[in-house]
Design a protein around this ligand. Structure first.
Ligand SMILES: *[C@@H]1O[C@H](CO)[C@@H](O)[C@H](O)[C@H]1NC(C)=O
Ligand SMILES: *[C@@H]1O[C@H](CO)[C@@H](O)[C@H](O)[C@H]1NC(C)=O
Length: 505
């Protein structure tokens, strides 16, 4: 077998970022690579010579409109790295991070990474063939096949209800991906059409956009005489909040689509029949959906770089490739936070916890509610953080497997039920359940660790929605509905599970 000197290979991918290796004082990054190289050599048993760097480093191509980043010839490769040790995997991840490579997904067994054309041949020549497979042969071709429904829909005369026809789940909204304005417009259409839905802003981003929440609930007073569980109406003290957030990572579009689909379907079912299961859930839980937690990044992923991940906050200091500020929101939460050194990295988590406006706003909302003066009045039963991709439903902790939550057994049991409910939908896919640290890789400062350990939300889960890598972040629009169905079924199952085990005793 060939030597797996991956850090050297990664060194060759982006020489412009790292600077030419050579004599003289070593930078922190160079030192890190040498350490990584030693670790890999120890495993592979030999030392590969450092290859010549390719002629150019990172090049960003723009569309003819000069706005949209292009990914012509970029491929997504999957490294089957189950046989590598954790230490070596850590080193490879660190190295890839330092170089600003775009890691799509890292689990304990696979590693998906986007490889620009210039780096492909050198990587091919160095990597053992059985370690790598090409998952997406041309990222740009895939993007071209899945256009965004940016155009106003037929009948857009300014009346929100007419545009989206929120009276039916067949609404054209669920057939495509939409800009932030359109997502907000759809949410406001729900508010104006259904009196059980309200909206409010929980904060403002660095670029000044509102972070919007939509809440749905049914007040007993508003629906008198509805028999429930033999007629015992729950009083105000038995009410709880069930919070769903999505799109922390800008490019994970299907997460906000599925969140809105869930809210829409629940509200439609509940209003169509006040004795329905959905109505019963809404009498117990206030369901709050923060569909786009990262509105700046989301907008940037629409208007400039489809594969943008972080927020758009100016983090100052370091010069990276052109125009890449931002904080990886899902590393910036205040439980077991680890500061980042490299602002250029796609997983830059910031210098301090809650440095990002968005994580600060969400944490404030979790702890203090929407009216900080009054403080939080409604206890939170569940917090769900939606991502893509990987088809996973995970409970805390993400930062370490050595820390096992006291509720792990219950979380696992409910999680397995959620996964089954998702699979049992018409076109349901299989979802894996487990502890986040086990199913994903290296995620300190994670949202669910904070919600569980600090905000005291027992039923905290993070979900990676479709798919498992065929399309990755570029999931085709026709798969929005099946994904929305899965999330609807899964979250209704979870709410019912919580109701049965903790509320309706
Ligand atoms: C909205 O959808 C319903 C049900 O499919 C349909 O009957 C109605 O005509 C639609 N309304 C508009 C304005 O398109
Ligand atoms: C909640 O409110 C308290 C008191 O105003 C404040 O100190 C805290 O920063 C707020 N947010 C969180 C996440 O605790």
């Amino acid at each position: 077998m060939r030597a797996l000197s991956l850090p050297y290979i990664l060194l060759a991918i982006a020489p412009a970022t790292l600077g030419a290796p050579g004599p003289g004082p070593r930078s922190a990054q160079q030192q890190q690579f040498h350490l990584a190289a030693q670790a890999v050599s120890a495993v592979s048993g030999s030392q590969a010579p450092l290859p010549d760097p390719p002629a150019q480093g990172h090049v960003q191509l723009l569309d003819s409109d000069g706005k949209h980043e292009r990914y012509d010839g970029h491929q997504v490769w999957r490294l089957d790295w189950a046989r590598l040790s954790t230490r070596v995997k850590d080193n490879i991840l660190n190295a890839a991070d330092s170089l600003g490579l775009d890691i799509w997904r890292a689990s304990s067994t696979t590693f998906d990474v986007r490889v620009p054309p210039l780096s492909q041949s050198i990587l091919r020549s160095l990597l053992p063939a059985d370690l790598v497979s090409t998952y997406i042969p041309d990222v740009q071709a895939l993007l071209d096949s899945a256009p965004v429904a940016d155009d106003p829909l037929p009948g857009d005369g300014g009346d929100d209800d007419d545009v989206w026809n929120v009276t039916t789940l067949a609404s054209p909204f669920h057939d495509g991906y939409h800009t932030l304005d359109q997502v907000y417009q759809f949410g406001e259409a729900l508010v104006s059409h259904f009196n059980i839905v309200t909206s409010y802003d929980i904060g403002t981003t660095a670029e000044g956009r509102p972070i919007r929440a939509w809440s749905a609930k049914i007040d007993e007073e508003a629906t008198p005489g509805i028999p429930e569980d033999g007629g015992d109406a729950h009083d105000e003290n038995d009410k709880f909040e069930f919070i769903i957030q999505a799109n922390q990572h800008a490019r994970e579009w299907v997460s906000s689509s599925a969140a809105m689909y869930f809210l829409h379907s629940l509200v439609l079912d509940a209003t169509a029949d006040s004795t329905s299961h959905a109505a019963q859930l809404l009498r117990t839980f206030t369901f709050t959906v923060v569909a786009v937690v990262n509105p700046d990044g989301f907008t940037y992923s629409h208007e400039h770089s489809r594969l943008w991940r972080k927020n758009r906050q100016d983090v100052g200091g370091l010069l990276c490739k052109a125009d890449s500020p931002g904080i990886d929101l899902n590393g910036n939460w205040g439980h077991k936070f680890v500061p980042s050194r490299l602002a250029c990295s796609e997983s830059y988590s910031g210098q301090t916890a809650f440095e990002a406006h968005e994580t600060r706003a969400m944490a404030d909302y979790l702890v203090n509610g929407s009216n900080p003066e009054a403080g939080r009045t409604l206890p939170i039963k569940a917090f769900i953080d939606l991502h893509s991709y990987g088809q996973l439903f995970m409970f805390p902790f993400a930062y370490s497997c050595a820390d096992f939550p006291p509720d792990a057994e219950n979380l696992m049991e409910a999680g397995l039920g959620v996964a089954k409910a998702m699979r049992m939908t018409t076109q349901g896919e299989g979802y894996q359940t487990g502890q986040a640290c086990d199913l994903t890789y290296r995620s300190a400062g994670d949202a669910i660790d904070y919600s569980y350990a600090v905000a005291d939300v027992r039923w905290s889960y993070s979900a990676e929605l479709r798919d498992t890598g065929t399309y990755g972040f570029v999931l085709p629009p026709h798969l929005i509905r099946p994904t929305g169905e899965e999330v609807s079924a899964g979250l209704r199952y979870l709410a019912t599970f919580i109701f049965d085990t903790e509320i309706d005793l």
